[in-house]
Design a protein around this ligand. Structure first.
Ligand SMILES: CC(C)(COP(=O)(O)OP(=O)(O)OC[C@H]1O[C@@H](n2cnc3c(N)ncnc32)[C@H](O)[C@@H]1OP(=O)(O)O)[C@@H](O)C(=O)NCCC(=O)NCCS
Length: 220
């Protein structure tokens, strides 16, 4: 049965661009311990004393520059339980605008190249939903806040037999995604030889493990 996406309380669609800084601040706080994002953000200078990671304000600005163009290009931004968690979804057919290759760091280039090829291999031109960002406010433990970010989108995808793609940058998130029905379709280590599994610079380091995951690939 075909359905339309229905976003209702405790989930709310963000329509006012003045909410983007709050959205970005939540992402910055949630990702402060994420190994992959340390490397993507700081490159070969990734270390725990780096001044750029000490200030939440700086990291919030960084996430704003990522989130705003996605909002403007048609991504759906949601918050649940009055900002306990947020999500950024690309509906089928909506993609983020490509960033000029010359402005990308080597880590970001490696990441984008790997997942673009994997997504094309597994989904080709097949329309799909894409959960691009999900975060829980580290200070909030509200039950149901994270489920709310998934539920209406998974229900819509299921009703229309559309697969859902995401990339998992850490093992904890991967476990949560598996709980919601996602299966690993490929994995890699980003920054091999440059950073350790914790994302801090380390000569000969093993890199940070990441996974491509899909729900509903072979039907729901
Ligand atoms: C990824 C992230 C959003 C997951 O949220 P979380 O609070 O750590 O996840 P939880 O363990 O509470 O699980 C989320 C929900 O799934 C349910 N769940 C997950 N795994 C489960 C399991 N094995 N059994 C039962 N329930 C499970 C939980 O009950 C919870 O339900 P709720 O939303 O109703 O409270 C959060 O860890 C985060 O913001 N991390 C930092 C940023 C990040 O890594 N983002 C993703 C990068 S790919």
């Amino acid at each position: 049965m075909s359905t339309e996406l229905e976003i209702t309380k405790p989930l709310r669609k963000i329509t006012d661009p003045s909410d983007i800084p709050r959205f970005a601040a939540l992402v910055a706080a949630a990702f402060s311990q994420d190994a992959l994002n340390r490397y993507l953000f700081l490159g070969r200078e990734s270390n725990p004393e780096h001044p750029k990671i000490e200030t939440l304000e700086f990291r919030t600005k960084y996430w704003e520059t990522i989130v705003r163009p996605r909002f403007e290009s048609g991504a759906i931004l949601v918050e649940s339980h009055d900002w306990a968690a947020i999500g950024l979804w690309f509906p089928p057919g909506v993609e983020k605008k490509p960033t000029p290759a010359s402005t990308l760091s080597e880590g970001v280039t490696e990441y984008l190249t790997f997942f673009k090829a994997l997504r094309e291999e597994k989904l080709g031109a097949r329309p799909h939903w894409h959960l691009n960002i999900i975060s829980r406010d580290p200070k909030r433990t509200d039950k149901g806040a994270v489920s709310a970010i998934f539920e209406p989108f998974l229900a819509e995808a299921k009703a229309n037999n559309i697969p859902v793609w995401l990339e998992s940058t850490n093992a904890h998130a991967k476990g949560v995604y598996e709980f919601f029905g996602f299966k690993v379709v490929g994995s890699t280590r980003i920054g091999k030889g440059i950073v350790g599994s914790d994302g801090w610079a380390k000569e000969g380091g093993e890199g940070v493990e990441t996974w491509g995951m899909i729900a509903g690939l072979d039907g729901w």
